[in-house]
Design a protein around this ligand. Structure first.
Ligand code: DAH
Length: 354
């Protein structure tokens, strides 16, 4: 305390007023009163000029401390008020997601569920994880090199016609595109394993793919695949065939089997298409399987040495197999969905069945 001015009392008075303020409006008003130009503190500061130097020094310091304290009190009350007002506003505009409106599709307790394609991807992952695979992912936007070049599909190769591509950028230094299959993830995995020295690889890679297809009963322009890759020492075609058969019975059940038929893919040699017993007629022959009793699910083969060369893996030391098939196609077969377009129409009556 200095002279007639009780600085502590001024601070206490300000504290009382600040604590009593209850809204943004009130705190603004209080701030003007306790620290504005016309406040007692401001007036006391102005009066310093006419004081003798000793007293001025002492009172100046006290006033400075007092102002700092008052500013701090104001700021902390302001943020309390802001928080309280925001909470009140949020509580007032809160959506009650559990509210049941009679006559709507969602009944009491219904919070929706995973889409059939997501459920299928999860189930496929579970089967492969149970067989000792790990799960990896890669980007949906790829360069020409990852989607084609590194997979032994050079620019002029006729096999590029197999993948009608959505290009994002054409040309120099390299085209970018929406991946047309999950096979480029193989390249990313092998490159990483070479860099980190973590070969062998036993991975599956699920993900979304894009092709310029006109959607029909068995094709979508945006669809999903799951890729598999094993790179290890001494891997043979028998390992591939055994893996496909184990997967088929684990996923579709004990009466569904697999078979491999010679085929061509640039990134595998030899290559095969794999087919599974038609789940609709159980192999007896029906319209869905064109009376053959088999349905084609995907492609597979032994990793081509040219692919190993593009990622720097020594094909004399390592061998491997790869496979890839449609997740949407699996869902279609397992649930006997006549038209795949039902998966993307978002008709809740359809989706609720799964
Ligand atoms: N990427 C191929 C496609 O989309 C499918 C495929 C075939 C994947 C053979 C493979 C494979 O890994 O070995 O048509």
């Amino acid at each position: 305390m200095t002279g007639a001015l009780d600085v502590d009392a001024l601070v206490d008075e300000a504290r009382g007023a600040i604590e009593a303020a209850d809204s943004t409006e009130e705190i603004r008003h209080v701030a003007a009163t306790v620290s504005g130009k016309k406040s007692a503190l401001a007036e006391a500061s102005r009066a310093l000029g006419s004081m003798d130097p000793e007293a001025r020094k002492e009172l100046g310091r006290e006033l400075h401390e007092a102002r700092t304290t008052v500013e701090e009190l104001l700021e902390s009350r302001r943020s309390e008020i802001r928080f309280a007002e925001l909470s009140a506003e949020m509580a007032a505009s809160r959506l009650d997601l559990t509210e049941y409106v009679p006559g709507t599709v969602a009944g009491p307790g219904s919070r929706g569920h995973l889409h059939l394609v997501s459920q299928t991807r999860d189930a496929l992952e579970d089967v492969f994880v149970g067989m000792g695979f790990d799960v990896a992912e890669g980007p949906e936007i790829e360069t020409d090199w990852y989607n084609f070049g590194a997979l032994n599909i050079p620019p002029a190769h006729p096999a590029r016609g197999m993948w009608d591509t959505f290009y994002l950028h054409l040309g120099e230094p390299e085209s970018t595109l929406l991946r047309t299959h999950t096979s480029p993830v193989q390249i990313h995995l092998m490159e990483q394993a070479v860099l980190d020295g973590t070969l062998p690889i036993h991975s599956v890679m699920p993900g979304r793919c894009y092709r310029r297809d006109t959607p029909d009963a068995r094709h979508l322009a945006v669809f999903h695949q799951i890729e598999g890759l094993v790179v290890d020492r001494g891997i043979t075609f028998a390992d591939l065939a055994g893996t496909i058969e184990t997967f088929t019975t684990a996923y579709f059940g004990p009466d569904i089997h697999s078979r491999l038929r010679p085929a061509y893919f640039p990134f595998t040699e030899p290559s095969a298409e794999f087919e599974v017993t038609c789940a609709i007629c159980h192999g007896g022959g029906c319209r869905t399987c064109s009376q053959t009793g088999w349905i084609e699910l995907g492609g597979c083969g032994m990793v081509d040495p040219a692919v190993f060369a593009s990622v720097g893996i020594d094909a004399d030391d390592w061998t491997g197999f790869a496979f890839g098939f449609g997740i949407d196609r699996c869902a279609q077969m397992r649930h006997q969905i006549a038209d795949m377009r039902a998966l993307i129409e978002n008709d809740i009556r359809f989706l609720r069945q799964f």
